[in-house]
Design a protein around this ligand. Sequence first.
Ligand SMILES: C[S@@+](CC[C@H](N)C(=O)[O-])C[C@H]1O[C@@H](n2cnc3c(N)ncnc32)[C@H](O)[C@@H]1O
Length: 268
Amino acid sequence: MSNKEIQDEINQLGPWFHNIHLPDGTQTFPDHFLGDFPTFKWRNIQNSIPADLSGWKVLDIGCNAGFYAIELAKRGAEVLAIDLDDHYLKQGRWVARQFGLENRITFKKMQVYDLAHIDEAFDMVWFMGVFYHLRYPMLALDIVSQKVKQLLVFQTLSIPGQEELTVPEDIPFNSREVMKAPGYPVMAFIEKSLMGDYTNWWAPSHQCVISMLRSCGFKVSSMPEDETYLCYKDKSLHTDFDTWNYSEYLSATGKDWQHTDNDKTKWK
Ligand SMILES: C[S@@+](CC[C@H](N)C(=O)[O-])C[C@H]1O[C@@H](n2cnc3c(N)ncnc32)[C@H](O)[C@@H]1O
């Protein structure tokens, strides 16, 4: 295909959110309002990810036009890339063909919540740019945590600031003032819109991200990029599932909870 033909197809497939540098040098969205997005993010993250992902199964949630799926497949990973939007999935399939990676990436129309109904688990899960768009973010994180064998790369829009604190083991009823302390895990609800985008619902604080991830069994090992958390499964952590709400999870994901044995030790 000539450069002109490729450019024509890019135009037909637009509008784009990912600016992807195609093998022939053409770019899908060179005038991106954020700059060379997401290449400038990937540059900071890339060295924190194993260079050789041969044999790795990777899940890219909210893959959009497939920028990250492509980069991870280039390293040898077998990628399942999901998104709810046909428009972006079409872009992703086309981009994968341009790189000759269509056999290594499967694009599938799925909501993050649909992952509760597949058996597969993944060596690495890429969960960037989606969390704050969700009405049910904690449910999504609980679902995603069940799909990660090893490594989770998590990114969310957040409340500005990097304050952290040691979360109290218990908060007496009359000591709830602590919830107003700088660094206490909080999540801001965006009732109207943010940046003109009504699909932005939540912005957690930095400590809130760490705490939510910990509550799902993850230990943050580094932050290679702004608002981006590299996390590993830490089996020593007590997750929410160990404590009380397995049946709530089952109910929230449309599974039978009334006839399911609620023995928490059975599903670690
Ligand atoms: C801000 S873009 C982020 C794209 C990419 N992950 C990144 O970090 O550059 C959000 C993407 O998530 C998708 N998305 C939003 N809600 C979703 C959901 N509930 N399940 C799956 N994908 C979703 C959107 O269609 C869009 O492609």
